[in-house]
Design a binder for this molecule. Structure first.
Ligand SMILES: [Mg+2]
Length: 119
């Protein structure tokens, strides 16, 4: 399988197979929620240094793609243990957003007026 071609369903299956073999079993949902927060913090750390005012410590070697993959991994584990089909959830979500926000963003002057941008 080409890694660039995996579906959300395949990703959920791959995470499940890894967790139930290499990982032995799923962590509890609360543990996975804490890990999701931890991984989100690792992404925030990189973004604060890449786009914000914070600087790197000597010798740090950040990998945003890997940290985003960590977030996706644990988010997928949570979906699996909560019985959520991420493909169905994503399609329902984008449908909801497309209806709810049909006029919202296009009529937001902050998105077209460059004088309000802070960066
Ligand atoms: Mg990480």
């Amino acid at each position: 399988m080409n890694a660039s071609d995996i579906t959300l369903k395949q990703m959920q299956q791959m995470v499940h197979e890894w967790i139930t073999t290499v990982g032995v079993r799923y962590f509890s949902p609360l543990t996975n929620m804490a890990i999701l927060a931890e991984e989100t913090g690792e992404v925030a750390r990189i973004m604060a240094r890449r786009h914000g005012d914070q600087s790197w410590k000597h010798g740090e070697n950040p990998d945003l793609a890997d940290e985003l993959a960590d977030m996706l991994w644990v988010l997928t584990a949570i979906a699996n243990q909560e019985g959520i089909d991420l493909n169905e959830a994503f399609m329902n979500n984008i449908r909801k957003k497309s209806i709810r926000d049909k006029e919202r963003h296009i009529s937001n002057p902050k998105l077209t007026d460059n004088s309000t941008q802070t960066s």
